[in-house]
Design a protein around this ligand. Sequence first.
Ligand SMILES: Nc1ncnc2c1ncn2[C@@H]1O[C@H](COP(=O)(O)OP(=O)(O)OP(=O)(O)O)[C@@H](O)[C@H]1O
Length: 273
Amino acid sequence: MTALAPQSTHHVSKEVILQASEVTMKFGGLVAVDGVNLTVHAGEIVGLIGPNGAGKTTFFNCLTGMYKPTTGRVEFNGAILPPKPREVVVAGMARTFQNIRLFPNMTALENVMVGRYCRTTSGPVTSIVHGPKFRREEQETRARAAELLEYVGLGHQGASLARNLPYGDQRRLEIARALATDPKLLLLDEPTAGMNPQETREAEELVFRIRDSGLAIVVIEHDMKFIFNLCDRVLCLVRGKTLIEGTATEVQSDPRVIEAYIGSPKTKEAPDA
Ligand SMILES: Nc1ncnc2c1ncn2[C@@H]1O[C@H](COP(=O)(O)OP(=O)(O)OP(=O)(O)O)[C@@H](O)[C@H]1O
């Protein structure tokens, strides 16, 4: 059995998962995000690009409820999320981080199990000190975590400490942990940063499989080839504002996007004209 069963061949549904309307985020006098709109549907991969300092991470943090926008609103499944990480996860939104945030001294399996605890009635401590119901739940959590490790290609690494895993595997492990929360929307912050070309291709294949299981995905990435291969739609921010939003083909061929990237030191590969 696969951890996330493919639903059908790819089609973007009309179901709106995430709706950001006129989102503005100010830090003192600095307008980091300026009136940005974004709609994400179930089964859709949306890319968020822009040169350094464009406001991508700030906008991401507004989407995940980490920041309350100065003005504008973000609705997830039709509701405004409280700025509480656990409630955001329980509502069905999961994310990975630009800088990997695993528990380095826990095994790969344990890291994924931690992600699962938001869906169980017992926490990691109570499941140890309590009786059979909790132990059964613990077994189910362990089985589900093992299944997800298999799904992301880490089935053989369950007993390895997270800190001993190669970099690309740590990124996969973060995704497995995020999937353990049963999200409807997965937000990936630079998922291929530091990966070699082979790992990047594998990451792409994994994201497609996750999308095919019905999840919506929003991804920030500086690797343009990765973004334009992967995404149904791309939003390009420049100095906090939307420069263009469109299909990968439309955005890729827009001369303003190419211009915005020229001289950006973190760009791995300039988009083809
Ligand atoms: N907490 C903060 N306080 C003050 N200014 C901030 C804060 N976070 C971000 N900024 C500023 O907001 C602007 C947008 O930053 P942000 O990190 O969102 O851009 P980015 O597109 O994610 O950049 P990068 O690609 O380099 O990660 C920058 O000018 C940044 O210095």
